[in-house]
Ligand binder design. Structure first.
Ligand SMILES: [Zn+2]
Length: 206
């Protein structure tokens, strides 16, 4: 989940001329408040109560129909599209040897299935739905899985996955111990066509 600086709770409390990034005391409190709220919802089992046959009900990874579901369409387009990277952006720091390390674009799938990994392969219909983001056209293959209920409620980037098996433990462990945020900055010429190596960039920064 990533805090949305447009949240009303935040804007209401800003002094004149302040931006959310000037008020870490405030963003921390609002974000923490949202997380507590989220935890309550999960405890009430209103969201993630059941698995298997109920995957599609709780977690979806598709661009919604603009005509019939405008609120969800807007929030998915604004917060839940990965990229554009891969063929669209060779400079994306997330790329190693021009393959997105988050494995986007994901394959189309006509229905949700249990994958070989701990995660399911979510339904991503080849239904022609697409949006233009910057210079790229993104379809269902670029949608990060989320819960429609949570997206509408919190209006921010919030990745929700069904996960089962031992890897779930690894996932939780990583998020607790990965450390605080860092930024990687790279300046290049237009004609610089070097391969991006995350390992080398890490060493350079050191
Ligand atoms: Zn990517």
């Amino acid at each position: 989940m990533t805090c949305n600086s447009e949240w009303k709770e935040m804007k209401d409390k800003l002094e004149k001329g302040q931006r959310p990034q000037d008020r870490l005391d405030l963003t921390t409190r609002v974000f923490r408040g949202k997380l507590m709220d989220l935890k309550d919802q999960i405890l009430k089992k209103e969201i993630l109560g059941k698995v298997a046959a109920y995957y599609d009900k709780y977690v979806q990874a598709e661009i919604r129909d603009k005509e019939t579901n405008m609120p969800l369409y807007e929030v998915v387009v604004k917060h839940m599209l990965h990229g554009p990277c891969e063929e669209y952006n060779k400079e994306c720091p997330r790329l190693v040897n021009t393959t997105c390390r988050f494995r986007y674009p994901r394959p189309f799938s006509s229905k949700t299935m249990q994958g070989n990994d701990v995660y399911p392969i979510y339904r991503r219909m080849n239904d022609g739905n697409k949006v233009k983001v910057r210079n790229a056209t993104l379809n269902n293959r670029w949608v990060v899985p989320s819960s429609p209920y949570l997206l509408l409620r919190y209006n921010c980037h919030i990745n929700v996955e069904i996960c089962s098996g031992l890897k779930a433990v690894k996932y939780i462990y990583k998020y607790i111990y990965k450390g605080h945020d860092r930024a990687a900055i790279y300046i290049s010429h237009d004609d610089d066509s070097r391969t991006i190596s995350e390992i080398r960039e890490f060493q350079d920064a050191r």
